[in-house]
Design a binder for this molecule. Sequence first.
Ligand code: AMP
Length: 186
Amino acid sequence: MSRERRLTTVTVFCGSRDGVRASYRAAAAAFGAAMARRGLDLVYGGAQNGLMGAVADAVVSGGRKVIGVIPAGLDRVEFAHPKLTERIDVDTMHARKAVMAERGDAFVALPGGFGTMDELFEALTWRQLAMHDKPLGLLDVDEYYRPLVAFLDVAVKEGFAPARVRELLVVESDPDVLLTRLEERS
Ligand code: AMP
């Protein structure tokens, strides 16, 4: 590609819960630490709870910026992370996703629930429609996303999704390997 863009800010989608395995939170912290070591800033949903808080804590501890995009109604003080470098208040969930998409140079989903999946698939769909050209990654922890990735392959095989779009989603279990591959695609 001819674009002159370097990866400096990563938009992360992940669980507002911790999940049942300690490895999920540990992986989120490891991913945030890897981001900070590479000098990457974080854009995310701004919460303190769950894996969202674990990533943000690690990025802040590593000395990088953390930008939280918080919609009205979800801004209950107990949920907003207290160490945000920048807090962006928006009116709606749609506005939040638009700002999160705009401010990052790449998208990464860590383990999470319906909210995470909604955000991941919107970013993938927008890429399919050429509404952005940013790389997309999935951090698979303890094979959490294995059934989802298998289903994506089913969708391609059954003719409902283009293989070239499926291939845009980089799936790795190691944070540094994933970030290196996204940097190569930036
Ligand atoms: P989920 O995977 O269902 O826990 O949803 C997490 C994703 O949805 C995050 O990437 C956020 O952008 C958004 N989200 C869900 N719940 C919250 C919350 N309490 N505070 C901030 N963002 C949230």
